[in-house]
Write a protein that binds this ligand. Structure first.
Ligand code: N7H
Length: 478
């Protein structure tokens, strides 16, 4: 039977966070010592059940403070999860075929297929050096503040003797993320509310919001119901220890925010009655598929509705299938980021289920807010962006397919004679040529808009496997 206490907490519940560190590591040569040390880490690993408890505590703390009309007192919350890459499994001597070819090859080998800019034969992406060498795994450490997370990371360092003469692993890189400040909380760096649309998982998220689709557990967890070969009902062959684990597609994505803003400013949608500011705002919303508030443009095509943006009973309740809007881009461009990455009725109404393409997105923002100087010059000076982290039972069906076959594929979704074009946020090609999409102007839908080669710049990534707690105990630790 399924027990959420067996599943690492980031997958199904999401580690609560204001700050999150991704400690990317290599296992040192004394593998037995590493496995012994891993045993000491297991009690620290936050399970789904623990995250649910933490979330209740946070909610109760907030409610009590509201009732007393005071700011909520600080609540020290910290979470730890661990995942391994294929090279990490090999280092540990775990050589079973886990049933995911993208994972087994690793993300560096996939970079060209993902469209990451780069060059040469063999192809080398324009990544930072840390990601061009093997990374064996990642420890995810999250918490309420930098102080809490740093303290927890020190405990992790101590467990593995990082930096000491008897170290069992070493740090390749720690990427530090944090939720944006003030009213931008929950918004990514381009300014849009994120983390709204996630699939509900069968028997876990038992009260889905209106419009939120429920997927079989096996879409996210290996070995569970609906962990099947694409387009069939045949279960994917996996070793027994893969049960209740999940694959983590990790990407280090920089965002060119001043450049994005300047483009919107210079290309407002011209419609009767719109000021240039409103026209720029509408263009941004049509590139993403939502207003910055989170309100979906399929429901609110002409004007933002901030209350609806944060209202879970409204903000996911759409399918791109309005009867008065049969397959046009009146409300939403076919290539808008949310429509490309989850086309809903565009595919389902044609008889193509999208269930096995769904992923659960975690991750967090990194880098500082845009400075006045950057805003003025329209040029990025300080690195910022999204630490993208998405879970699924099958990378080939999930992240890889969404990036390669949807976001980067100009003919998707098929809407002849219209060519939708690139996903304007994440669609990409290795040669950094200009990208185009159609349908951004609701009054002239066949017109195409040319975009800069990239606003989202991939600088690294890896595919990891996040084992169940029982698998960590019996297969990974000693
Ligand atoms: Fe996206 N953005 O700010 O524009 N994303 N995304 N994403 N994304 C979503 O609906 C963004 C990236 C998905 O179910 C929202 O929760 C940025 C990658 C999927 O309707 C916003 C980056 C991939 C969804 C953004 C980025 C995806 C989604 C709306 C990179 C996969 C759900 C909030 C820096 C390959 C769609 C929401 C649905 C939503 C943005 C990356 C996939 C605002 C800036 C790499 C599946």
């Amino acid at each position: 039977p399924f027990d959420p206490a067996n599943v690492q907490g980031d997958i199904l519940a999401g580690l609560p966070k204001k700050v999150q560190h991704y400690l990317l590591f290599q296992i040192d040569d004394n593998v037995q010592a590493f496995r012994q040390r891993l045993k000491l880490l297991i009690p620290l690993i936050t399970t789904t059940t623990q995250v649910m408890d933490d979330r209740s505590k946070i909610a109760a703390n907030k409610k009590a403070a509201q009732e007393q009309g005071k700011p909520a007192p600080l609540l020290k919350i910290s979470g730890v999860n661990i995942s391994f890459s294929h090279t990490g499994l090999v280092k540990l001597g775990i050589t079973d075929d886990i049933g995911d070819s993208a994972f087994t090859a690793g993300q560096l080998a996939d970079a060209q297929n993902l469209g990451d800019p780069g060059s040469g034969t063999p192809f080398v992406p324009n990544w930072i050096p840390a990601f061009k060498n093997p990374i064996h795994g990642v420890v995810i450490i999250s918490g309420d503040s930098e102080l809490t997370v740093t303290a927890t990371q020190a405990i992790v360092n101590g467990i593995f003797n990082i930096g000491a003469h008897n170290a069992t692993m070493h740090e390749v890189l720690t990427i530090k993320g944090q939720v944006r400040p003030g009213a931008e909380k929950g918004h990514e760096h381009f300014g849009f509310l994120d983390g709204i649309s996630q699939p509900a998982v069968q028997d876990v998220d038992t009260k889905p919001n209106p419009g939120q689709e429920t997927v079989g557990q096996g879409v996210i967890l290996c070995g569970r119901d609906h962990d099947v070969v694409a387009g069939t009902t045949t279960p994917v062959a996996r070793p027994p220890w893969a049960l209740d684990g999940s694959f983590l597609a990790f990407r280090y994505l920089f965002q060119l925010v001043p450049e994005f803003d300047t483009f919107l400013k210079n290309n407002p949608i011209k419609s009767t009655g719109l000021t240039p500011e409103q026209g720029s705002e509408l263009l941004g919303a049509r590139l993403v598929g939502r207003w910055k508030s989170g309100a979906p443009i399929d429901l609110f095509p002409l004007q933002d509705n901030p209350a609806a943006g944060t209202d879970p009973s409204q903000n996911n309740n759409f399918r791109y299938d309005f009867p008065d809007d049969p397959k046009t881009q009146d409300r939403c461009p076919f290539a808008a980021h949310t429509r490309k990455t989850n086309p809903r009725a565009d595919l389902e109404d044609l008889g193509f289920p999208t269930e096995n393409r769904r992923i659960i997105r975690r991750g967090v923002q990194f880098g500082p807010e845009v400075t006045p100087e950057e805003a003025k010059s329209g040029k990025t000076k300080f690195g910022r962006g999204l630490i993208f982290a998405a879970y699924q039972s099958n990378i080939v069906n999930g992240f890889q397919f969404i990036q390669h076959s949807w976001a980067n594929t100009v003919g998707f979704p098929i809407q002849k004679p219209v060519q939708p074009g690139f996903d304007p946020i994440i669609g990409q090609q290795t040669d950094l040529a200009i990208r185009t999409l159609s349908g951004t102007d609701p009054n002239n839908q066949s017109a195409t808009l040319s975009l800069p080669a990239e606003w989202v710049v991939p600088k690294g990534g890896e595919y990891f496997f996040s084992p169940s707690i029982p698998a960590l105990r019996s297969k990974f630790a000693l």
